[in-house]
Design a protein around this ligand. Structure first.
Ligand code: ADP
Length: 383
């Protein structure tokens, strides 16, 4: 059958109606997602004027939609963030979406609510920007938790300093008097007493190490550190030099692939590499140590791998060894303080990464850690 020009067939009309229905249903769904979204969402025009806001915006900030529609977003922002609104708008005008900007909103009842804001461009069917959508996350609880954590860290740092000072003083006295006994009357001492004196010196030395390592651990979390471009080839070279004597005494062979340059704190990277290599030397088997170090980029992270042929670690201890004071050997068998891997974990976490081990007892261990390509914790300076 031939269709007359200009007069759509019934079939075509049916098709349009169905299409319209589908678009309506889709719009209904999208509006519902927008209105009932779990976070406040605000739609703005090209000048930053608010065109729409969802229920959560009303609930969290107390302003009704009518009160904020037609207002600029500075109407909601705490005054100290007004300059940020202009900066964000000019970035948006250059076609750039803006993610996770920290700011604060003044609620209808006068409270300041810290928020994390993400603004992205809304475009029409031709790809032209017609406005912006802003998702505003209330981060009050996260901020409170962070502050509590920083307070706890400050207390811990204070406690560790006092501990180190207060334990250090009697320790010096014990060592001093033991020295006097040794120098003054060693000849008069029986073999048994001389043995007791050696125990005192050994214990004092161990206590010194414990205090020193504990302080190193606490400082990772609490000291302000700067993050720079760090060439890991240079870090490794430095660490191998530092451990030169232990490496040659043990006939160890440590090899590596080319290492990346990462955004990190150089001193902490040296500590991290050194603790892992030092452990590989310490926990080597009857065979001389063979350790290989490599790195690869995985998404937003660098993943480093330290593979050794040492004594290995039993399955059931593999996640526990990163806890403070967790050791699998007595000090007499293999000396140590049980703080090295906890320090590695603290360093890695401060760089936005994680650390884990894969190992088979008797066959060797593979330590992995990741470092975020951009470190999120570089500004956390609780000290
Ligand atoms: P420490 O070496 O002072 O005991 P660490 O925190 O550095 O403390 O290590 C915790 C435990 O993990 C060690 O006591 C050891 O049993 C185990 N360990 C660490 N590195 C290795 C390794 N490369 N191979 C086998 N075991 C290891």
């Amino acid at each position: 059958m031939q269709e007359s020009i200009g007069k759509p067939s019934e079939h075509a009309l049916e098709g349009d109606a169905a299409k319209l229905k589908r678009i309506e249903a889709q719009m209904h769904r999208m509006t519902k997602i927008f209105m009932d979204g779990a976070d406040p969402i605000v739609i703005r025009d090209l000048d930053g004027v608010i065109l729409d806001a969802n229920h959560e915006t009303e609930r969290v900030f107390g302003w009704s939609r009518d009160e904020i529609l037609g207002k600029r977003c500075t109407h909601l922002l705490a005054p100290e963030y007004h300059h940020l609104a202009d900066e964000v708008l000019s970035r948006l005008r250059q076609g750039e979406s803006v993610r996770n900007i920290e700011a604060a909103v003044i609620t209808q009842w006068g409270q300041t609510v810290p928020v994390l804001s993400t603004v992205f461009l809304l475009t029409n069917e031709h790809g032209e920007t017609i406005g912006y959508a802003e998702i505003v996350k209330d981060i009050t609880q996260w901020k409170e938790m962070t502050e509590r954590l920083q307070q706890r860290n400050r207390e811990l740092q204070h406690f560790a300093n006092i501990l180190a000072h207060d334990l250090g003083a009697p320790l010096r006295t014990i060592r001093g008097f033991a020295e006097l006994i040794k120098d003054g009357c060693q000849d008069a001492l029986s073999e048994e007493c001389q043995q007791h004196l050696r125990f005192i010196f050994d214990s004092a030395r161990r206590m010194d190490l414990l205090i020193e390592d504990l302080l190193k651990y606490v400082r990772i979390e609490n000291h302000a550190v700067s993050f720079d471009d760090v060439n890991c080839d240079k870090i490794l070279k430095q660490v191998l030099e530092n451990l030169h004597a232990a490496i040659s005494d043990n006939n160890a062979e440590i090899t590596s692939d080319p290492m990346p340059t990462i955004h990190a704190n150089g001193t902490q990277m040296i500590q991290l590499f050194q603790n892992l290599i030092d452990n590989a030397i310490k926990y080597s088997s009857a065979e001389p140590l063979r350790e290989h170090i490599s790195a690869k980029q995985e998404g937003d992270n660098w993943e480093f791998t330290f593979r050794d042929n040492g004594i290995g670690i039993d399955d059931k201890y593999q996640d526990k060894i990163f806890d403070v004071f967790r050791r699998l050997h007595s000090d007499e068998v293999i000396p140590g303080t049980g703080i090295g891997l906890a320090t590695c974990k603290a360093i890695v976490e401060r760089h936005g990464g994680r650390i884990w081990v894969e190992s088979e007892k008797g066959k060797g261990s593979v330590f992995h850690f990741t470092i975020a390509t951009t470190s999120p914790n570089e500004d956390s300076t609780a000290g």
